[in-house]
Design a protein around this ligand. Structure first.
Ligand SMILES: [Zn+2]
Length: 359
């Protein structure tokens, strides 16, 4: 038979492990439940003992029952006292992390590009987005008759540089422009090349990241607003080999150490010779896959040796100085790097897209 002393010791051990109201209820039921409680069972067993022992055992059992009730009441009070006051700060709770935003993929790519060119000794400069025709076109060997200057391609700002309203559409003569230069949203960051060369003597090593604007309807590959990074290096005895070296270093750091470049002859008014540059596809290492449309190559930028007419426009001695320039779309680099299929995703502000990029 279980004796009262043994049951008391067992109860005290159980009480010791109580940490909540719920624990306490379990212990209470285990000892004091009318049906199946350990005290009730003890009393039942006492009923079956010899009559001479019953009063003593009964007394012990009753004392035990009172003792258990008192202990449980005392523990219930302690638990209530320990419970935090409503609204109080519970310093034992784990901290809540503040929600951190993500950097925009174009910001990430631009920072990587700037870091690479800065290591190569290029300074990062920025220029105005509202430009005049001289810096955006004339000085870059794009005369008044150049098709890029058409209203169909370029966003002109209402009003002239002198604040007068203008109604002209399409290319205008040099005389007309001189009388009333128009303001426009720059169509390329090359306009800043001109501004920088006007203000600095060679040698020059700059990259110009920034926003550019074209009169385009948004689709998979076009956006009326996008970003470019222009590069310009001018000095004495600068050759096409220097251009290739700089671009190859960039390609290998930005994409894959095994990257190769392919220069295809092209035409830009402000460079001669000019080239479109392709990078070997890193997904298939040139074998041909879906990303490179089975060609093994991906187009990344346009470049060339600065046209002597550009040097003349900014007052440089075209006999003495040579240089090279390139222009690349920051979206284009990001599209290739991250496998983005629609340029509009960069501007839609959809968090499902943006949250995939690092903080
Ligand atoms: Zn490929």
């Amino acid at each position: 038979m279980v004796d009262a002393a043994h049951l008391r010791a067992q109860f005290l051990a159980d009480l010791d492990g109580v940490a909540s109201d719920r624990d306490l209820q379990v212990v209470r039921d285990r000892y004091l439940a009318r049906k199946g409680g350990l005290v009730a069972r003890l009393l039942k067993e006492i009923a079956g003992t010899p009559a001479a022992d019953r009063p003593r055992l009964g007394q012990q059992a009753n004392a035990l029952k009172l003792d258990i009730e008192a202990n449980i009441a005392a523990r219930r009070e302690r638990l209530a006292a320990d419970r935090p006051v409503a609204g109080a700060i519970d310093v034992t709770l784990p901290g809540r992390r503040p929600a951190l935003g993500h950097r925009h993929p174009l910001t990430i790519v631009r920072a990587q590009m700037e870091a690479i060119f800065t290591r190569l000794g290029f300074a990062v400069v920025e220029g105005p987005e509202a430009e005049d025709e001289f810096h955006c076109f004339d000085a870059l060997n794009m005369p008044a008759s150049h098709p890029a200057r058409d209203m169909q391609d370029t966003l002109y700002l209402a009003g002239s540089m002198r604040g007068e309203a203008w109604t002209a559409t399409g290319p205008r003569s040099a005389d007309e422009q001189a009388r009333d230069p128009r303001t426009l949203l720059r169509t390329h960051t090359s306009s800043m090349q001109v501004r920088y060369m006007q203000a600095h003597e060679p040698p020059i090593r700059i990259v110009v990241p920034g926003t550019v604007y074209r009169r385009d309807n948004p689709d998979l590959t076009h956006s009326p607003m996008f970003h470019q990074m222009e590069g310009l290096l001018v000095g004495e005895r600068i050759s096409l080999a220097d251009l290739k070296g700089v671009l190859l270093t960039f390609a290998r750091e930005m994409f894959a150490p095994s990257s190769r470049l392919r220069f295809r002859p092209s035409f830009f008014p402000y460079t001669e010779p000019s080239a479109e540059v392709d990078i070997s596809c890193w997904a298939c290492e040139g074998a041909g896959c879906a990303q490179c449309k089975r060609t093994g190559w991906l187009e990344i930028l346009g470049c060339g040796m600065v046209h002597p007419a550009v040097f003349e426009a900014v007052g440089y001695d075209a006999e003495r100085y040579t240089g090279f320039a390139w222009g690349m779309g920051i979206e284009r680099i990001a599209i290739l790097k991250y496998g983005v299929e629609d340029i509009r995703l960069f501007f839609d502000n959809d968090l499902r897209f943006l949250e995939q990029f690092p903080i």
